[in-house]
Design a protein around this ligand. Structure first.
Ligand code: SF4
Length: 382
């Protein structure tokens, strides 16, 4: 094992921020792969999407990449031959505050490998957040990772100092986690703490977000398994967001048709399904899979639904309800709301009235204008 006995803070951050890149449960990025984009000046600075739809920059790192666990998919697992290091509490706080006070970041995302025991590591994570809050009167955004197997006391304390917390669920069930880890117990270490976090947040007066993340493609699970579990997390536990991280086998080539490329496409499709649940009113029964339980690689999940429901189309732009317009490929919530606003003022009579962006063009073959449609040439040329 390579050991750099005295890396400085900059060197540590280079290593630890790189190792935090596959932890996505922090609203990192708004588009495909943007969540893996890092600043060229400091690799610990990530773009994130804010609740109001805007973007900002987050200071994101691990405290330590030392880990006593053995998750097969993880480059940090205890027996991996990688440079290891740990940031001290004061070292981390000072560096973060330098960035924050310079206006370069709006908040902090902190995670860690397991240094010895889970609760000892949680103490370090909490100490950073707590010191920022109490000693430095920091009122900004803090997202703390809650480690699998954390005690109820550690979870409660982490919530009390955070704006957002996440515990990665990793797999859609016990049988899949057993393939990946000999140390984590799915129910005891993951599901029960996830439920406890949800309960504590519900009972708290403070607004704290709870998110989680699946690793995609490491345990032989199908998209159907992940999608069904995701829906249950939203409906039964009330999670704010679910994230998906494609398993990246470091020894596999990264061409589009390779295994790694396919896992990235699966990740992308799962995000599209997630949006259909959260923003478009889709249900589990609306999601179309192939015989193996996988989403189509060629067609996005909304278009797959449209192709399977020709009886639903065409949708009349002037009379359709909001949920019907949201079923039209190419129309997102913003475009639908603009249509609803415009048609209050006057009857919409041509595609020119509803073309807000390139994406909207896709909707042409699924719409009609109630007998006054124009620009048919445009429609069929498209
Ligand atoms: S506990 Fe976390 S850091 Fe450690 S091996 Fe598992 S996924 Fe990696």
């Amino acid at each position: 094992m390579f050991i750099n006995s005295k890396p400085d803070t900059f060197e540590k951050l280079q290593i630890l921020s790189r190792d935090s890149q596959y932890d996505l449960a922090c609203a990192c990025g708004s588009t495909k792969d943007e969540h893996r984009t890092r600043s060229s000046t400091g690799k610990w600075i990530y773009p994130v999407t804010l609740p109001n739809g805007g973007t900002s920059l987050l200071f994101k790192t691990l405290i330590s990449n030392v880990c006593s666990s053995d998750c097969k998919y993880c480059p940090l697992k205890g027996n991996a031959d990688i440079p290891r290091c740990t940031l001290g509490t004061d070292e981390l706080i000072k560096t973060f505050l330098d960035y924050y006070n310079n206006g370069e970041v709006f908040g902090l995302f902190l995670s860690s490998g397991i240094i010895g025991t889970t609760d000892a590591t949680m103490e370090r994570l909490i100490a950073c957040a707590d010191t920022l809050r109490r000693k430095h009167h920091f009122k900004g955004y803090i997202h703390l990772k809650i480690l699998p197997g954390s005690s109820a006391a550690a979870i409660e304390k982490a919530i009390s100092v955070s704006n957002a917390v996440s515990l990665n669920i990793e797999t859609p069930g016990k049988e899949f986690l057993e393939k990946l880890s000999t140390k984590k117990d799915f129910m005891r270490d993951i599901v029960e703490p996830v439920k406890l976090i949800s309960k504590l947040i519900r009972n708290s007066e403070k607004r704290v977000k709870q998110t989680t993340q699946f690793i995609v493609g490491a345990a032989g699970e199908t998209d159907r398994h992940i999608v069904n579990y995701t829906k249950a997390l939203y409906d039964r536990i009330g999670l704010e967001r679910v994230y998906f991280s494609a398993y990246q086998n470091p020894s596999a080539p990264a061409e589009p048709q390779s295994e790694a490329g396919q896992q990235l496409m699966r990740e992308h499709r799962l995000y599209q399904v997630d949006f259909l649940f959260r923003k478009y009113g889709f249900e589990q029964s609306d999601i179309i899979y192939d015989k193996s339980g996988l989403l189509s690689m060629d067609v996005d999940p909304k278009e797959a639904w449209a192709k399977n429901h020709p009886e639903f189309f065409p949708v009349n732009v002037n009379t359709a309800k909001r949920y019907e317009l949201l079923r039209v490929p190419g129309l997102g919530p913003v475009a639908v709301d603009r249509i609803l606003e415009r048609r209050k003022l006057a009857k919409l009579s041509s595609y020119d009235d509803i073309i807000f962006s390139k994406k909207t063009l896709k909707s042409a073959k699924y719409l009609d204008f109630g007998g006054c449609m124009q620009n048919k040439t445009f429609l069929f040329n498209f």
